[in-house]
Design a binder for this molecule. Structure first.
Ligand SMILES: Cc1ncc(C[n+]2csc(CCOP(=O)(O)OP(=O)(O)O)c2C)c(N)n1
Ligand SMILES: [Mg+2]
Length: 326
């Protein structure tokens, strides 16, 4: 399967998994889908028949709330049955909402943000000490980089010249409730990493060719860890989810939300890909994108009086204005 096909599959599984479970974070899953697809289709040296091979590359999805993306990538790569994806986030499932190392192919449980880079740095240090050639990849969120522990790991990786460590930051400029810049400013982001001694490459993180080139060029780095600042769009691929903070926590509900998402994905389905859930798309889809105000996924913003105002919430101050009736 090529990376474009895998990215589509990750998006389709993500919609289904969050829809079935009522699970959150579809915006984060869609944002990181292209990064995950290029890693699993083209970059990582891993073997589904021997998931614990000492000669594997290590991978950590540090933004563990996007767990559905790694589960989908692993299932499509043969680590466990694709059918199992439907159990995600449900009682008794080993596919917990955040990433669990109980699954074959997962090196670290994540979900509490800010730990993945530190663990990945330790892995890279140990591999180097053992004279191994394999690399360590860590995918972080940009909001996650508010955590001080990320920068301690960055210092350590520079100090030990860990050129076998590649961090990718999913730089969608949003976190759970607002834009990063309204929460804790992190720009100029690439310059910060460079100042910490890293080789920083800034690219369009939804563009597969740019991602592949960046991963390739990291191989030639002699004595620095590499960070790929992947500029992405949160909710990428579904028009009404793109750059709308609502979709950090909200899941695609029965009705127009699910129908529109699936119908839009079918319009961009690559050749040779099958949709196991709705093979021919949805017959007579409900594409009426009007909210009915009947549920309360985001309790702060999801109020009937809020619905009188434009639906898109861009900043917390917008929410405050709505609350105050301005
Ligand atoms: C230590 C910690 N604090 C808070 C949270 C709750 N949380 C889950 S996702 C999220 C936002 C993360 O934003 P970002 O890293 O930018 O990821 P994105 O969803 O934008 O890809 C937060 C604060 C958490 N999981 N861990
Ligand atoms: Mg973000």
């Amino acid at each position: 399967m090529n990376s474009q096909q895998l990215a589509w599959k990750i998006r389709r599984h993500g919609i289904e998994m969050t829809h079935l479970s009522g699970g959150s974070h579809i915006g984060a899953i869609l944002s990181v889908a292209d990064i995950m697809a290029v890693l699993y289709a083209d970059v990582l040296k891993i073997d589904p028949k021997n998931p614990k091979s000492p000669d594997r590359d290590r991978f950590i999805l540090s933004k563990g709330h996007a767990g559905a993306s790694v589960y989908a990538a692993l299932a499509e790569s043969g680590f466990f049955p694709v059918e199992e994806l439907k159990t995600h986030y449900q009682n008794g499932s080993r596919l917990s909402g955040h990433v669990s190392h109980h699954l074959p192919g997962v090196d670290l449980s994540t979900g509490s943000l800010g730990h993945g880079l530190s663990v990945g740095t330790g892995m890279a240090y140990a591999l180097k000490k053992d004279g191994k050639e394999n690399r360590v990849f860590v995918v972080l969120g940009d909001g996650e980089c508010n955590e001080g522990s990320v920068w301690e790991a960055a210092l350590f990786a520079n100090h030990f010249r860990l050129n076998n460590l590649i961090a990718v930051v999913d730089h969608n400029r949003m976190q759970s409730l607002d834009y990063n810049e309204n929460t804790l400013e992190i720009e100029n982001f690439a310059s910060k990493w460079k100042a910490f001694g890293w080789n920083a490459i800034e690219i369009d993180g939804n563009n597969h060719e740019e991602l592949k080139k960046a991963f390739e060029s990291a191989k030639t780095e002699k004595d620095k860890p590499t960070v790929i600042i992947a500029n992405t769009t949160k909710g990428k691929g579904i028009s009404f989810m793109e750059s709308d903070i609502l979709w950090h926590y909200r899941f695609p509900h029965e009705g127009w939300e699910y129908d529109t998402a699936v119908t839009e994905l079918h319009k961009i389905k690559p050749e040779g890909v099958e949709d196991i859930y709705t093979p021919n798309g949805i017959e007579n889809p409900n594409l009426n994108t009007e909210l009915d105000g009947s549920d309360h996924t985001m309790t702060e913003t999801w109020k009937p009086d809020f619905l009188q105002t434009p639906r898109r919430v861009n900043t917390l101050s917008d929410v405050e204005k709505v609350k105050e009736g301005k």
